[in-house]
Each structure stands twice: as C-alpha cells, then as structure tokens.
Design a protein around this ligand. Structure first.
Ligand code: PAF
Length: 282
C-alpha cells in the first residue's frame, strides 16, 4: 500500500490507474479507523480494481465550538489497518495541502439539512460537500463508499451527486456495531467507562421505536416520546435530538409509511454520538 500526502503525487497515481483502465473505489474517512471504515474498504475492494482511502480531518465541517482539535488521530495505526483491508493507496494530506489559501468557492447544500445534525451543526454539510467535491475531482472514482451510521450524510451526498451529475455511484454500507449494539464511531474513545456502559442504550431506544412501528403504531409523536424517555432514563447522556423523518428526503411525516429514519443524537461529557435505524413501513 502506498501512502501519499501530496496532491501532485495523487494526480499522477490516479492518471496511471485511469490509463490502465482500472476502476477506482474511494473510501473517504477522517481516520482513527474502526470496523465501520474497514467494512467500507472491504466492500470497495470487492467492487473495484483500485481502492483509495483518504484520511483527512476536514476543518470545514467542524463548527467553532466543536471537536476538530480533539478529534482522535493515529496515522500509524490507520496505515496498518487500511493495508490489511486491501487499500491500494492511502491519501493523507495536511490541512495546508487541501486548503493552501482562502477558498474562492465552496458547496452549499440546499436540501436534506434542515433537520437532524444539519440543524444542530450549521454549515456542517456544506463543509462535507465541499471536501467531497475536491476529493471526487482529485480521485475521479467510479464508486464512493459511505456508512449508514451517518445516514443524513449519505442522503446529502446522494442528493449532491445526483444534482451536480458527478459521474460516480454512491455505495452505502450498513452500520457496524459493537457486540452490545453501540454503533462503532471514532468518537467512542472519548467516553468515560460509565458512559461507555450506558451508550448501547441509544440503539436500544431506537429499537424500541422500531418495535412500536412493527407492532402497528403509525404516528411519529408517541414513538419519538418513547425513544426520548428511554434515552433520558438509561443513556446517561443529554438528548440533542430524536426525530422520525422520511428517508432519504428527510421530511417530517404525519403518518408513517414507506421508507423512514428513526434517528437520535446525544451528548456525553466529551463526545456527541449519533445513531439511526432506516426501515421500510407498509
Ligand atoms: O464521514 C466522514 O468521516 C466525513 O464526513 C467525510 C465523508 C470523510 C468527509 O470529511
């Protein structure tokens, strides 16, 4: 596996792959890899001749009071894991390499952001869309891989790729969980032992909501209330949001029908965690 930190070298690599007719699978990440990222890399390995993973903690998608500085980083460990998952090239640029001067243009996301994390983190998805636009131009991937733990991100990227005619397929991969149900996340490392013990209750709360729908409940309010009260009782966290929306449009629904998302975000002392269930309802 090659590790590249400069855009000029990356362009040469991509050109050579394109010239030899190799399909490119891109796995964009912010590093501190876990099984969720590795599942994306393995899927990319199955589908493509060349797999590029990026590791870049993108400052544009963090608000001023958010965890850009404390976001966990460990390139040496990430290298070993990426290589074992079959990545051919790891692109790990410095911030100055990606943003050498004040950008003259950026992406603005126009839909699917007035809810969930988009509402709580103003500008976050504009930052995600802008960095992905740069990465898509640099890597020219045939396919790009994203985890469903960040379901709103997946919906936003699908919308962006469709609206702006990026010539690539967005591939989503199911959330990977710890044995006790906690969604894998690089931020889990910031949980105290007590918080870590309670954090699987986020998924348990969402499962409760899913069961209510399976048992015939079709009104969002009692489901949201049940999830929120489970989180209040058992998660040891402050609730940031609990929402039930259509998916991938992310619109409020009066009656539950078709594809929907049940999503929650909670705040622990040093980590904000998100999780969701996307399901089809009759
Ligand atoms: O999901 C992430 O890790 C990031 O939002 C992404 C897609 C790599 C863009 O910085």
């Amino acid at each position: 596996m090659r590790v590249i930190r400069k855009i000029t070298e990356l362009r040469a690599f991509v050109q050579a792959q394109k010239a030899s007719g190799c399909s490119i699978g891109l796995v964009p990440t912010m590093g501190y890899l876990h099984e969720g990222h590795l599942a994306l890399a393995r899927k990319a390995r199955e589908d493509n001749e060349t797999v590029i993973m990026t590791i870049f903690v993108n400052p544009l998608q963090f608000g001023p009071a958010e965890d850009f500085d404390s976001y966990p980083r460990d390139l040496a460990r990430d290298r070993l894991q990426a290589e074992a998952a079959g990545v051919d090239l790891l692109f790990a640029p410095e911030v100055e390499e990606m943003y050498p001067k004040q950008p003259a243009a950026a992406l603005k996301v126009l839909a699917r952001t007035n809810c969930l994390c988009g509402k709580k983190r103003p500008g976050h998805f504009d930052g995600v869309a802008t960095v992905l636009t740069k990465l898509f131009h640099l890597m020219q991937p045939d396919r790009a891989y994203f985890g469903m733990k960040d379901a709103q991100q997946a919906a936003v990227i699908e919308g962006m790729v469709e609206s702006l005619n990026f010539p690539l397929e967005v591939v989503t991969v199911e959330t990977v969980r710890e044995a006790d149900g906690l969604a894998k996340s690089s931020r889990n490392v910031h949980l105290t032992p007590e918080e870590r013990e309670a954090a699987p209750q986020i998924y348990q709360a969402l499962l409760k909501g899913q069961r209510m729908i399976e048992q015939g409940e079709r009104h969002p309010a009692p489901i949201i209330q049940e999830i929120a009260s489970h989180l209040q009782k058992y998660s040891r966290a402050a609730i940031d949001y609990v929402e039930l929306l259509s998916y991938p449009e992310l619109e409020p629904v009066k009656t539950i029908q078709g594809k929907i998302i049940l999503a929650a975000a909670v705040k622990y002392s040093a980590a904000r965690l998100i999780d969701n269930i996307v399901m089809n309802c009759e």
